[in-house]
Design a protein around this ligand. Structure first.
Ligand code: MEV
Length: 296
């Protein structure tokens, strides 16, 4: 039985360590961000709708299409999604995965059909291929998780409590990130890129192992090294490099770009809320268009 309106929700994510390296099988650590959410309301419009190519080729229509194909219904062109999101687009915060999750949940809710976690993840990854090209699955998994996760492509994920008593400042450079271009650029580096990716993988492993010691300056040092390697891979940008330097000057234990890069966000680790607010303020003064503070 169809409902009048189907509803779906999801939340954002941020990668602490391991972006790009995760595409090559190295571990990544990412956390859900519950403060940034997407909701989708799905209704049926019983008339011909003239969709733009942008819509038809985007993640929303791909999510509707993959959900309808799974459910064996052909009316995907008549389903209208109203998406409301507080997650900035193309910012490294998983907006496309989060939107795909909310849309697919809304389609299943509209048809009043059960949606298992495995089917949802599969459909999200199908829709994500449009936005990402070759997603590792990390974004989808983190936006589906309520806990921080360690993710290894083709191996799986484990939840991992991150209890540092610390704060993460997230700052948007204001430049739209370009994940699929960045992933393709890394792939084109060949052997030289593989060496850097393996070093990034080692830093991720060290960060994950080091969480238990709660040594913020050691963890921050690993973030700074990771940022340097991401720069060498060519996926950072001047704005992100500048904000990373500003965060360090403002007293952060460590800072790095986060996500696909070529724009998007940087993250900075610090010990107290007061310090986080001061770093956040400094980052805004120095060009960040938005900042968020997350307890770690
Ligand atoms: C994008 O948020 C993270 C990347 O590692 C790509 C991926 O994992 O699919 C750059």
């Amino acid at each position: 039985m169809k409902k009048t309106v189907g509803v779906g929700k999801s939340h954002s994510k941020i990668i602490l360590m391991g972006e790009h390296a995760v595409v090559y099988g190295y571990p990544a650590l990412a956390i859900p961000l519950h403060q940034l959410e997407v909701t989708c309301q799905m209704t049926y419009m019983d008339m011909d709708v003239l969709w733009s190519m942008e819509y038809l080729e985007g993640v929303v229509s791909e999510a509707i299409r993959s959900a309808c194909a799974y459910l064996g219904t052909y009316d995907w062109l008549n389903l209208v999604a109203e998406v409301r999101s507080s997650i900035p687009e193309q910012c490294g915060m998983g907006s496309s995965a989060a939107v795909a999750i909310a849309v697919i949940r809304a389609v299943f809710d509209y048809y009043d059909r059960e949606l298992t976690a495995d089917v949802l993840e599969d459909l999200v990854n199908q829709a994500e291929k449009v936005a990402h090209g070759n997603p590792s699955g990390l974004d989808a998994k983190t936006c589906l998780s309520d806990e921080p996760i360690v993710f290894r492509k083709e191996v799986g994920f484990e939840t991992l409590p991150v209890e540092l008593g610390a704060y993460l400042v997230i700052a948007d450079t204001g430049l739209k990130g370009q994940t699929s271009q960045a992933v393709a650029q890394v792939a084109s580096l060949g052997q030289e890129g593989q060496v850097l990716l393996s070093q990034l993988g080692d830093l991720s492993e060290a960060f994950i192992a080091g969480l238990a010691q709660v040594d913020l300056s050691a963890l921050g040092g690993l973030m700074i090294q990771a940022h340097a390697l991401l720069r060498q891979l060519g996926v950072s940008c001047l704005e992100a490099d500048h904000l990373v330097a500003v965060a360090q000057e403002a007293g952060a234990c460590g800072a790095k770009m986060s996500g696909g890069g070529l724009g998007g966000c940087v993250i900075a680790l610090t010990d107290t809320e007061v310090a986080a607010q001061a770093i956040s303020q400094k980052l805004r003064e120095e060009g960040a268009v938005n900042t968020w503070i997350e307890r770690l």
